[in-house]
Ligand binder design. Structure first.
Ligand code: SFD
Ligand code: AMP
Length: 612
């Protein structure tokens, strides 16, 4: 395999890693406040169609509607708090809620086709927080704004490591990575870095394997760089045990929000019983007052469904056939998936299901690691000066515990339900703060340690060398004594996480001993990653994606060991601590990896209520 062998050095003021929703927001806003600054966006795919919104979306899941007095920001804080069983950073949530409407108005100005309610003249609501859009081209529209704002965009460059300044303890000074098409090695030297690299699928073995291996709800190309990059730079993470499991149309992973909220579809067990009602008292016994949150928290909705399946009353059915009685509704039912999860439409066709005639099966997904959906894993960040209580604020909004390093979207923990609009908004907040940080430190020029950079260069391309050296020892096909392929490493990681850390094969159940064994196996796998082999640049990207996934998995397992309760039944279960324990665990879990010693520490931070 030939690679260009070139090294490209880019000097910039603000480096944004990842051009998804949060990254595009960060670029847009930093260009606005930092007119004379150099703003560089680096993206491993192409921002035109990258990230979780690559295929489009059919709804914007967070719009407050303040101009029409539909909701107030504090209503949103209450909603997200209830859904996450109390554990949210209210300062971060409020901050997003007070700004998110302006983001949506920008999207409309840039050409996103909105849907209006003919009676009220407001945006057409799907649910209380969600509005409907014709969103097949959502990502290209938002990417265009970022492209016009950025000084430069590097597409097809995967960032593998952040750089620290050797002269100043705990300060970021850039990043390195490689061009996935020509193999150039990139060194970015930056005064501030915003990580917006998205959450992670394929940490856990997906339900779809073999021919359907790529079919997951959360896209296979998002690999958790949002966490792996900051963790290795020493940034603290929070709530990494809080993984997302979503109820989805079986096998195609079609989302359910539109059907439940807009069409008011009901889900039943196979005998036609509405299990959310019949199982409610049992649920209340398990989770107490938290069962009274309205709407019923996402994890509890999963929980009652899982119970129903375990008790033999599956499959669970969503009755689309009862709510698609008009041509308009039928069309909307198809468009929802055509805009957002086109594979589900293929599944319907392949399985001979017309949603107006037949119900569809629902099931729960494998767990994903994210911070922007009904889930709050991610970095422990500073909040805004005017809202954040002591301990939640250290100078710059959305700055991580590493100086000059900012985050947004899935990167940021403790602030769930941001979705696309909230992630873009959080990018804007981080961008504005990063500009202030750069302007407040006018004499700073990024410093990098040449020996570290040179070592990273060797490390990054090592899988190509491993392949070239080891290929002659190949016994047959892909059976090689001297190396492992990224796909093999991924299968191994997914199996460990699935069986030891509460994946689908154990009905999301784990315990201290399983987790301890899982951690051992992950650490062994991490050692073996130095033997990864890549036969081309595509496989080199897969190798680094796997490396990041392994770091994320380690953090997930360490956090899951630490929290000794079952906070979110339906997301995962600690069989040894099967209940919610508000007396001891009404706190955030916070981890820190020390890049010098290689040690991890676990601690807690208080949950501070700002809204009644
Ligand atoms: O209903 C590197 N989401 C939905 N949000 C909505 O508002 N409405 C919906 O209808 C939504 N639905 C939905 C959603 C997601 C998915 C997968 C489906 C359906 C099928 C959620 C939003 O999409 C999500 O909240 C935001 O996209 C989060 O934004 P952000 O920026 O945190 O993540 P991203 O957009 O995936 O972008 C990450 C980018 O980083 C790049 N990247 N670049 C360089 N180097 C590296 N090492 C990198 N690693 C990653 C990625 O390529 C990407 O561009 S519903 O089902 O919920
Ligand atoms: P989903 O399609 O599951 O990703 O959900 C889209 C939006 O609808 C998110 O804001 C969910 O929290 C919300 N949602 C989905 N199903 C329900 C439900 N049964 N009750 C209340 N909110 C829901």
């Amino acid at each position: 395999m030939r690679v260009s062998g070139k090294t490209k050095v880019v000097d910039t003021d603000i480096l944004v890693v990842g051009g998804g929703f949060a990254g595009c927001g960060a670029v847009y806003e930093s260009a606005y406040w930092g007119r004379n600054l150099r703003i560089t966006l680096v993206e491993k795919a192409n921002i035109e169609r990258s990230g979780a919104v690559a295929h489009g979306l059919s709804a914007i899941n967070l719009y407050i509607g303040m101009r029409w007095n539909e909701n107030k920001p504090e209503d949103f804080v209450r909603y997200a708090r209830g859904d996450l069983v109390g554990l949210v950073r209210e300062d971060l949530l409020f901050d997003i809620a007070r700004h998110v409407d302006s983001t949506v108005h920008l999207f409309e100005e840039w050409g996103l086709p909105m849907i209006y309610d003919k009676n009220t003249g407001h945006y057409q609501r799907e649910g209380r927080w969600q509005i409907m859009i014709h969103g097949e081209s959502y990502k290209p529209i938002v990417a265009e704004a970022a492209r016009r704002s950025a000084t430069e965009v590097y597409n097809r460059v995967m960032v593998t490591h952040l750089l620290k300044d050797p002269r100043i303890p705990n300060r970021v000074s850039g990043a390195v990575g490689f061009n996935v098409r020509d193999g150039s090695f990139y060194i970015f030297r930056a005064k501030a870095v915003i990580v917006a690299a998205g959450g992670a699928s394929h940490i856990y073995r997906p339900r779809s394997v073999g021919e359907g291996a790529g079919r997951t709800w959360y896209p296979p190309w998002n690999n958790g760089s949002a966490y792996a990059l900051p963790i290795q730079a020493g940034a603290s993470m929070t709530q990494m045990e809080n993984k997302l499991v979503v109820t989805r149309f079986k096998d195609g992973y079609g989302p359910v929000g539109f059907y439940f909220l807009a069409l008011k579809a009901v889900a039943t067990n196979v005998y036609g019983e509405e299990y959310e009602k019949t199982k409610f008292e049992e649920l209340r016994k398990l989770v107490g007052k938290w069962a009274d949150a309205k709407p019923l928290p996402t994890c509890f909705r999963n929980h009652v469904m899982l119970q129903e399946i375990k008790e033999g009353r599956g499959p669970i059915l969503i009755h689309t056939e009862r709510v698609t009685e008009t041509p308009e509704k039928e069309e909307a039912a198809w468009e929802d998936f055509l805009d957002m999860t086109i594979g589900q439409v293929g599944m319907w066709a392949a399985n001979n299901i017309d949603p107006k005639d037949k119900p569809s099966e629902l099931t729960t997904s494998e767990p994903y690691v994210m911070g922007s959906h009904a889930v709050a894993a991610g970095a422990w960040v500073s909040g805004p000066a005017d809202l954040s209580p002591k301990g939640y604020f250290w100078g710059y909004n959305r700055m991580l515990t590493v100086e000059g390093l900012f985050g947004a979207g899935d990167t940021v923990g403790g602030s769930p339900h941001k979705f696309s609009s909230g992630s873009f908004t959080e990018g804007r907040l981080a961008g504005k703060a990063a500009v202030k940080y750069v302007l407040d430190h006018p004499d700073y020029t990024p410093g990098t340690d040449e020996s570290v950079v040179s070592r990273l260069r060797d490390t990054i391309f090592k899988p190509l060398e491993n392949y070239n050296l080891g290929r002659n020892m190949v016994v047959a096909g892909t059976v090689a004594p001297n190396y492992i392929y990224p796909r093999h490493g991924l299968n191994r990681l997914e199996k460990i996480m699935d069986e030891y850390a509460g994946g689908v094969s154990t009905f999301y159940v784990t315990n201290e001993q399983l987790l301890a064994r899982g951690l051992d196996l992950i650490l062994t796998l991490k050692e073996d990653l130095s033997h990864l082999a890549a036969e081309d640049l595509h496989q080199l990207q897969r190798a680094w994606e796997l490396n990041h996934r392994a770091w994320v998995s380690e953090a997930v397992v360490r956090h899951t060991i630490f929290r000794k309760e079952t906070r979110w039944p339906g997301y995962y279960y600690r069989a040894d601590y099967p209940k919610i324990d508000d007396d001891h665990w009404n706190v955030f879990t916070v981890s820190g990896y020390d890049p010098i010693s290689g040690e991890w520490t676990m601690t807690t931070k208080p949950v501070i209520k700002l809204v009644d």
